[in-house]
Design a protein around this ligand. Structure first.
Ligand SMILES: [Zn+2]
Length: 318
């Protein structure tokens, strides 16, 4: 049985840092609900719910240091009301934008969590937890760094704050430079001191490593990788999505190809409950495999098929 985690990083951007107070209300509406209230977070959550599947929503709270608690309460409320799980995501781009300084020594933008020392990361994690709980969330038990930009200090900061599961390690992006398990491709759950690392699922596609993101893999690829994970004895499979994942890159409209992909994935996971169990992270921690299973691979012809599908999306999604 493969435990599947459908993770949604939930975040709002003003697409620049000028005039953000004036731009925020429209940005919030577009990023959370989608243009014309189509294809946003509620639609994504509903598709999963229609199949009895639960999403793990890594919600970014630091933006509320600028715009107040109400928008964060709205996001937390809609996720909880739809029966999904709220966990924590941090984008440190918001730190220097807060009305009350989060870290008084930080006056300039630092894009990544790993750009902060251990004590600073610890303070940010603590403030993020307080913001989420203040907005009506349960105390988070799992975390994902914005842009997967974690390092070894992140695990210490989580342990200091009683967060037992980290989902920030991504072998296809910043994992190898994180200082965590150097020299290894970490693609399975592993207990690292007091924190369980549940890394992003990655696969080799003949050109390098890629992660399993809804917009970045074709349906054929995702389905084949899920079966491969089951056949090779993988304990967990993590899928990445965002609140705006069903929208075209400019967030102008719903992307019909990605929408169909999510519907197919949800139906597949619903149909094959004997092999795949979609679950959250509030209960029992995932169990690391006793032996390292073989890494996931996607053959070159599937890569070619995906590249064609992505080109089709780019051509017809403008
Ligand atoms: Zn993010």
């Amino acid at each position: 049985m493969v435990e599947v985690f459908f993770t949604i990083d939930v975040e709002v951007w003003c697409d620049g840092w000028q005039d953000i107070d004036a731009r925020f209300p429209a940005a919030f509406e577009r990023y959370i609900y989608g243009p014309g209230r189509q294809g946003g977070l509620p639609d994504q959550l509903q598709i999963l719910r229609d199949h009895g599947l639960m999403a793990v929503c890594f919600v970014e709270p630091l933006f509320s240091g600028r715009f107040g608690a109400a928008p964060l309460e709205e996001v937390v409320g809609l996720i909880r009301d739809a029966g999904h799980e709220v966990q924590m995501h941090l984008h440190t781009e918001w730190v220097d934008e807060a009305r009350v300084p989060m870290l008084p020594a930080v006056r300039r933008k630092r894009q990544h969590l790993r750009h902060f020392d251990r004590a600073e990361q610890c303070a940010l994690v603590r403030q993020g937890i307080a913001m989420l709980q203040g907005a009506g969330a349960l105390r988070p038990t799992a975390f994902r760094a914005g842009s997967f930009a974690m390092n070894a200090d992140t695990l210490a900061a989580l342990a200091d704050n009683g967060i037992a599961i980290d989902c920030s390690y991504n072998a296809s992006t910043m994992g190898p430079s994180s200082g965590v398990c150097p020299g290894e491709t970490l693609d399975q759950a592993r207990q690292l001191g007091p924190v369980l690392e549940l890394p992003m699922t990655v696969y080799a596609d003949g050109r390098g490593l890629r992660h399993t993101q809804l917009t970045a893999c074709s349906w054929g690829e995702l389905q084949a990788l899920l079966w491969q994970a089951a056949d090779r004895g993988h304990g967990q499979f993590v899928v990445l999505s965002h609140n705006f994942e069903l929208l075209t890159p400019g967030l102008q409209r719903v992307d019909p190809i990605v929408l169909r992909r999510l519907r197919r994935l949800a139906a597949f996971l619903d149909r094959h409950r004997d092999r795949f169990r979609v679950r959250g992270l509030l209960g029992d921690a995932p169990t690391p495999p006793s032996a390292a299973p073989r890494h996931l691979r996607s053959p070159l012809w599937r890569t070619g098929a995906r590249v064609l599908e992505q080109a089709w999306r780019r051509t017809y999604s403008r």
